[in-house]
Design a protein around this ligand. Sequence first.
Ligand code: ZN
Length: 55
Amino acid sequence: MIIVCIECGAEIEVPDDTMVGEIIVCPECGAELEVTSLDPPVAVLAPPVEEDWGE
Ligand SMILES: [Zn+2]
């Protein structure tokens, strides 16, 4: 399955068993993309990860 990176337009090959909600990382630009649809395959930029866990 191919998902197009919305950041740089690269075609990213992902496993066919990829699920909606999975995060994939574009190998071209490093963008984190969240899969939002499988048919057709669509991914949007994942929200930034908060690294502050309150420790
Ligand atoms: Zn990209």
